[in-house]
Write a protein that binds this ligand. Structure first.
Ligand code: CAA
Length: 537
C-alpha cells in the first residue's frame, strides 16, 4: 500500500486508532503510518476482536507466505505473531489497490502455557500438538458480548483438531457403526463402549488434563460428538450429556474441592454423568420445578421426582436442581447439587421413538441428605447454572444433529449413484440432484453455525445466542434432510434394510431436548432484541 492510499485511509479511520493499538507493529521503512492505517481499518471492522487479542501489522511483504512468524513481548509475556491475511475486510481491498506492496496483517495469540501429563490417545495428540505449537493457543480473555456475533472464523481446523476428529471417526467406524442397528433394535445401552472411549480420552475430550481429561479445546470435543453421532446418535447424546451437562458445569461452577472430587472420575469415564432438571410438571418452563431441598442441619434434605434424565440408570454423578427457597417462586429459589447414584432411585426406563442405544429414565429422590459440600455455586443460583450449562450443551446437540444429517446424506449419495431408474442412475435425474445439493448445502451451513458457536465458547465469550441458533438450525436440517434421505431411497428407505429410517427417528429429538426449537427461537429473539444478556460461565 503506497503513501497515497495510506493517507486516504488514515483520514477515514485515523480517529478510531488509540496509540496502544500499535504495540507489536513493525514497519521500519515508513514509520508507523502504514501499520497504523492497517490497524485502524481492522479495528473499524473488528472492534470486539481488538479487545480480545493484539492486532499488529507488517508491511512491505509482497507475499503472505514470506512473512515470518516471530515472537514479540507484550505486557512482559511472550506472544507469538502469526501471518494471517485477513481476507474479506477493507485491508483486502487495500491490497488490491497496491498489489506490489501487499499488506500482511498478523494475528497475535498467547503461547500455550505449561506442559501436561499424558493419558489416553486424545491426550497424547493434544500434547504432541502443543509441543509443536503450530497454531498457538486460543486467547481466553473474556470480552464484551458483541451486539452482532459475526466474528472472524478460521475455517481451517488445527492439526490437533483434525487428528482428534480422525481418531473419533476411526473409532466410530470400527466400534460403533457395525453395531448401531443391533443396539437400536434391541434397545441396548452399550456400557462397555464407554470404557473404550475413556481409554482414548474421549469421555473428557475438553476437560483439562489436571482433572483427568484430554485437555483439548471445546471445538475438538464438538468434532468428536459429530463423529460419534454420525455412527450412532444414542452414543453421541450419552457423551454429550456426560460432558457438557455434568463435567463442564462442575468445572465451571465448582469449588476447587468439588472439581478435584467430582470431575476426574467423570473425565476418566469411571462414572457417567446425568443432568436432572426436567420434572413431570416442568419441561420448557424449567423454573417451575418442584423438587425441594429443605435445610437440615449442615445441609439439605432433597425430595422430588425427575423425568427424562439421559444416562440416569448408569450414572454415578447427578447434577440435580431443587428449590432451596420454597417461598420464592421461579428461578430465584433454585439451587444446584451434585449427588451420587445412592441418593437417587431410578423408577422407569423410557421407551422412545429413537436414540434406542441411549438410556432415558425417570427417578425419585426420597429425602436424600446433601451436605454443604454438594451445593454447586451459591444458594439460589441453580437456575443460572442450569441455563449456562444448556447454553453450551445446545452446541453439543447441534453437533449431534449435524452428525445424524451427515450420516443420512452419506447413505443417500451412494445409493443415488448406484440405483438405476429409467435407464440411468437416479443421481442423474434432476429431482434427486437437487435434493442432494440442498442436503449438502444445509449440512455445511449447520456445521458452520456449530463451529462458530464452539469457537466463541473456546474464546470464553457468551454463547447463548450462537448456541441457540446452531441448535435451532442444525436440528431442523437433521429432521428435514433425514426425511429427504428416505425419499431418495424410496421404499428401501422405509425399511430396516438401510439405516436412514433410524437416522430419521433419531433426528427428531434434537428439535426437542436441551430446549425445543420454540425455546431456541425465544432465546434468540430475546438476545437480538437486547432483552437478555449473560456473562459466559
Ligand atoms: N445463562 C445464565 N443465566 C441465565 C440464562 C443464561 N443463558 N438465561 C437466563 N438466565 C438467568 C436470568 O438472568 C435470570 O436471572 P436473574 O433473575 O438473576 O436476572 C434467571 O436466569 C431467570 O431467567 P428468565 O427470566 O429468562 O427465565 P425464564 O423462566 O423466562 O426461562 C427459558 C427462560 C429460556 C425459557 C428457560 O426456562 C429454558 O431454557 N427452558 C428450556 C429448558 C430446557 O432446555 N430443558 C432441557 C432439559 S435437559 C434435557 O433436555 C435432557 C437431557 O438429558 C438431554
Amino acid at each position: 500500500m503506497g503513501g497515497g492510499s495510506s493517507g486516504r485511509r488514515r483520514r477515514r479511520h485515523g480517529d478510531l486508532l488509540p496509540a496502544d493499538d500499535l504495540a507489536g507493529v513493525h514497519d521500519e521503512e515508513r514509520g508507523c503510518t502504514l501499520a497504523e492505517t492497517v490497524a485502524a481499518v481492522l479495528r473499524a471492522h473488528a472492534e470486539h476482536e481488538r479487545r480480545r487479542r493484539v492486532i499488529a501489522a507488517d508491511a512491505d511483504v509482497d507475499d503472505a507466505s514470506r512473512a515470518r512468524e516471530r515472537v514479540v513481548e507484550r505486557d512482559r509475556e511472550p506472544v507469538r505473531v502469526q501471518p494471517d491475511v485477513d481476507a474479506g475486510l477493507d485491508d483486502a481491498r487495500v491490497g488490491r489497490e497496491q498489489p506490489r506492496s501487499a499488506l500482511v496483517v498478523v494475528r497475535v495469540e498467547r503461547m500455550a502455557p505449561g506442559t501436561h501429563d499424558v493419558r489416553g490417545r486424545c491426550r497424547r495428540l493434544c500434547r504432541a500438538h502443543r509441543r509443536g505449537d503450530e497454531h498457538g493457543s486460543h486467547d481466553r480473555e473474556p470480552s464484551h458480548h458483541p451486539r452482532n456475533i459475526v466474528c472472524r472464523v478460521d475455517f481451517e481446523a488445527t492439526a490437533e483438531q483434525r487428528e482428534i476428529q480422525a481418531l473419533a471417526r476411526d473409532f466410530a467406524r470400527q466400534e460403533i457403526e457395525p453395531h448401531a442397528a443391533e443396539w437400536d433394535r434391541d434397545h441396548a445401552f452399550p456400557r462397555p463402549l464407554f470404557a473404550k472411549l475413556a481409554e482414548l480420552g474421549l469421555m473428557g475430550t475438553c476437560i483439562p488434563e489436571e482433572y483427568g481429561g484430554a485437555g483439548a479445546d471445546f471445538l475438538s470435543y464438538i468434532l468428536v460428538l459429530e463423529e460419534l453421532s454420525r455412527a450412532d446418535a444414542g452414543v453421541g447424546v450419552t457423551v454429550a450429556v456426560h460432558t457438557s451437562a455434568v463435567s463442564l458445569p462442575i468445572l465451571a461452577f465448582g469449588t476447587d474441592e468439588q472439581r478435584s472430587r467430582f470431575v476426574p472420575p467423570l473425565a476418566r469415564g469411571e462414572h457417567l454423568g446425568a443432568f436432572a432438571l426436567t420434572e413431570p410438571g416442568s419441561g420448557s418452563d424449567a423454573a417451575a420445578l418442584r423438587t425441594r431441598a429443605d435445610e437440615d442441619g449442615e445441609g439439605w434434605r432433597i425430595s422430588g421426582a425427575k423425568q427424562w434424565v439421559t444416562n440416569a440408570r448408569f450414572s454415578g454423578t447427578f447434577l440435580v436442581f431443587a428449590r432451596t427457597d420454597p417461598e420464592t417462586p421461579g428461578a430465584a429459589g433454585i439451587s444446584a447439587f451434585v449427588l451420587d447414584a445412592d441418593h437417587v432411585r431410578i423408577t422407569r426406563d423410557e421407551e422412545k421413538l429413537g436414540l434406542n442405544s441411549s438410556t432415558t429414565n425417570d427417578l425419585v429422590i426420597e429425602g436424600a441428605l446433601a451436605g454443604r459440600d454438594r451445593l454447586l455455586h451459591d444458594e439460589g443460583k441453580g437456575f443460572h447454572v442450569a441455563m449456562s450449562t444448556l447454553d453450551g450443551g445446545r452446541i453439543g446437540i447441534a453437533a449431534q444433529a449435524v452428525g445424524i444429517a451427515q450420516a443420512a446424506y452419506d447413505v443417500a449419495r451412494v445409493y443415488a449413484k448406484e440405483r438405476y431408474a429409467f435407464g440411468r442412475p437416479i443421481a442423474q435425474h434432476q429431482a434427486i440432484r437437487f435434493k442432494l445439493a440442498d442436503m449438502a448445502t444445509e449440512i455445511d451451513a449447520a456445521r458452520l453455525l456449530v463451529h462458530r458457536a464452539a469457537a466463541l465458547k473456546d474464546r470464553g465469550e457468551p454463547v447463548t445466542e450462537a448456541g441457540a441458533k446452531a441448535k435451532l438450525f442444525a436440528s431442523e436440517v437433521a429432521r428435514r434432510q433425514t426425511g429427504e434421505a428416505i425419499q431418495i431411497l424410496g421404499g428401501y428407505g422405509y425399511t430396516k434394510e438401510f439405516p436412514v429410517e433410524r437416522f430419521y427417528r433419531d433426528a427428531k429429538i434434537t428439535e426437542i431436548y436441551e430446549g425445543t426449537s420454540e425455546i431456541q427461537r425465544l432465546v434468540i429473539a430475546r438476545s437480538i432484541l437486547g432483552l437478555q444478556q449473560h456473562a459466559a460461565a
